[in-house]
Design a protein around this ligand. Structure first.
Ligand SMILES: Nc1ncnc2c1ncn2[C@@H]1O[C@H](COP(=O)(O)OP(=O)(O)OP(=O)(O)O)[C@@H](O)[C@H]1O
Ligand SMILES: CC(=O)N[C@H]1[C@@H]2OC[C@@H](O2)[C@@H](O)[C@@H]1O[C@H](C)C(=O)O
Length: 400
C-alpha cells in the first residue's frame, strides 16, 4: 500500500467486489470485477461474476420502516446497520465463490449500503447550513467477516464539499461507455430514475447527470397499496397494459416542482415515498379511478418525466444519438414502450443495457467496485460537474 500522494504502480489485473442495495430494497446486488489499468489511464473493467441475494423474510419491511424518520430510532438504525453489514459480507463471500476466487484474491470491497435518508438541499441549522445523507451497512463488519478492506459511506465526502452526494455512478459510466462519435444518454430506472449524459468524445468534466424523478418508486408504491399482500411491482407491466392513463391525474402529477428544479439535483423516497402515495391515491379516489388506470397513469408519468428531463436539460446542448436504459424498470415492457414513444418525438433511439452487451442488474454494483478501487488507492472518484461539488475528492471511508 502506498503512502499519501505516492504514485505506486497498481497490481494488474486486480479484483474488486461491489455491493449495492438500491432504493427499491429488492435485495443485495454483488459483483466481482477484474480491473486492469494504472493510475494514469482509465481502467479496463470486466464483470467476472454477479449475484442478487434477496433479503431474508421481514428484513425488507424493517428497512422500509426506517424510511420514516419517526420510526428510525437510534437503536433500530444501529441494529440494522450491523445486520446489513453481516448480510453484505455474506453476499460478498458468496459472489467471490461464484467467481471461483477466494478472499485473498480480492483487493477491496466497495459497499454502497442502504440509503435510509437523503437530504441534499442545504438547510439552516444552529447558525450553519447543513445537508446530509444516511447510508447504513457497517463497513467494519464487512471487513471483519471477509478479511478484505471495505470502502463504504461514499456520499458524505462529496457533500462535505458542497455536492449533492448523488448520482455517483456517472463516474464509472464515463469510464465504461464514452464513445468518440455518439452522444449517449444512460437512463437508470431503479426506485429513482437517473440520467447520465455522455457527450461524444467528451472529457470527464463534460459529463453531467441528475435524477429525473421517480423510476419504479411510484409504480411499486401504488401497486403495493392497491394489491396488498399480492404484488410489490407491476410484473411485466401487465396492470398498466390493461388500464388507460387518466389525463386529469397525470396533469396534476406533472406539476410536481422537482421536475423543473434546476441542475444539479437528486431526489429520493423523502419526496416520492409513502406520503406522496397517500396523496396520489386520495386524488385518484376522488376522481373515481380504477386500480389499473391508476397504475397506467403513474407508468405514463414515469415515461413522461424522462422525456421531459431530456427536453428541458439536455436536448438543446447535447442532442443525443441513443438512450440506453438499465435498472429494473427496463424489465417493464409497457414502461419501455412509453419511453420509446416519448424519445421518438425527439428522434432518440432507445436501447437496453442488454442490447449493447452489458448486464443491467450489475451496473451499480460494478460502479461501487470501481469507486472503491479508486478510494483505496487515494484517487479522487467524484465528478464535481455532476454532483455540484466544489472540487474532486476521494469518496468512501475505509475499514481495514
Ligand atoms: N419483471 C419486471 N416487471 C416490472 N417491473 C420490474 C420487473 N423487474 C424489476 N422491476 C422493477 O424494478 C425495480 C427494481 O429495480 P432496481 O433493482 O434497478 O432498483 P434499485 O437498484 O433498488 O434502485 P435505485 O437504482 O434507485 O437505487 C422493482 O422494484 C420493480 O419496480
Ligand atoms: C441517495 C441515493 O441513494 N441515491 C440513489 C438513488 O437511486 C438512483 C438515484 O437515486 C441515484 O441518485 C442514487 O444511486 C446511484 C447508485 C448513484 O449514486 O449513481
Amino acid at each position: 500500500m502506498g503512502t499519501k500522494g505516492e504514485k505506486a504502480e497498481l497490481r494488474c489485473p486486480r479484483y474488486a467486489v461491489g455491493l449495492m442495495s438500491g432504493t427499491s430494497v429488492d435485495g443485495i446486488d454483488a459483483a466481482v470485477v477484474e480491473i486492469n489499468g494504472n493510475r494514469e489511464e482509465p481502467p479496463g473493467v470486466r464483470l467476472v461474476a454477479f449475484e442478487n441475494s434477496p433479503y431474508p423474510a421481514g428484513v425488507r419491511e424493517d428497512i422500509f420502516a426506517l424510511f420514516d424518520p419517526c420510526n428510525a430510532t437510534v437503536d433500530r438504525v444501529g441494529k440494522m446497520n450491523v445486520l446489513l453489514g453481516e448480510l453484505y459480507a455474506e453476499a460478498a463471500l458468496s459472489v467471490i465463490g461464484k467467481a471461483g476466487l477466494s478472499a485473498e484474491d480480492v483487493s477491496v470491497i466497495g459497499s454502497h449500503g442502504q440509503t435510509i435518508y437523503h437530504a441534499p438541499s442545504m438547510e439552516p441549522y444552529h447558525g450553519r447550513n447543513v445537508h446530509y445523507t444516511v447510508q447504513i451497512g457497517e463497513g467494519a463488519v464487512i471487513a471483519a467477516r471477509t478479511g478484505i478492506p471495505c470502502v463504504s459511506d461514499f456520499r458524505p465526502a462529496d457533500m462535505a464539499v458542497g455536492g449533492q452526494g448523488a448520482p455517483l455512478v456517472p463516474f464509472t459510466e464515463y469510464l465504461l461507455y464514452r464513445e468518440e462519435h455518439r452522444t449517449l444518454l444512460l437512463q437508470n430506472i431503479g426506485g429513482i430514475g437517473n440520467m447520465t449524459v455522455i457527450p461524444a468524445g467528451c472529457s470527464p468534466g463534460e459529463v453531467y447527470a441528475f435524477d429525473t424523478g421517480p423510476g419504479n418508486m411510484i409504480i411499486d408504491g401504488v401497486v403495493e397499496r392497491l394489491y396488498p399482500g399480492q404484488l410489490t411491482m407491476d410484473i411485466g407491466g401487465a396492470i398498466a397494459r390493461s388500464g388507460t392513463a387518466d389525463p386529469r391525474l397525470l396533469g396534476r402529477l406533472q406539476q410536481e416542482a422537482y421536475y423543473s428544479q434546476p441542475l444539479p439535483k437528486s431526489t429520493g423516497r423523502e419526496l416520492f415515498g409513502s406520503s406522496y402515495i397517500d396523496k396520489l391515491l386520495h386524488d385518484a379516489e376522488a376522481l373515481g379511478m380504477q386500480a389499473e388506470d391508476i397504475v397506467a397513469t403513474v407508468t405514463m408519468l414515469t415515461a413522461w418525466s424522462i422525456g421531459d428531463a431530456y427536453r428541458r436539460y439536455v436536448m438543446a446542448g447535447h442532442p443525443a444519438d441513443a438512450m440506453i436504459v438499465g435498472g429494473g424498470g427496463s424489465y417493464n415492457p409497457v414502461l419501455m414502450e412509453w419511453i420509446r414513444k416519448e424519445m421518438a418525438k425527439e428522434g432518440v433511439q432507445v436501447l437496453t443495457q442488454e442490447a449493447i452487451g452489458h448486464n443491467s442488474d450489475a451496473k451499480e454494483a460494478v460502479a461501487f467496485a470501481v469507486l472503491a478501487d479508486y478510494a483505496i488507492t487515494n484517487r479522487p472518484n467524484n465528478l464535481p460537474h455532476v454532483t455540484g461539488a466544489s472540487r474532486p475528492v476521494v469518496m468512501g471511508k475505509i475499514s481495514y
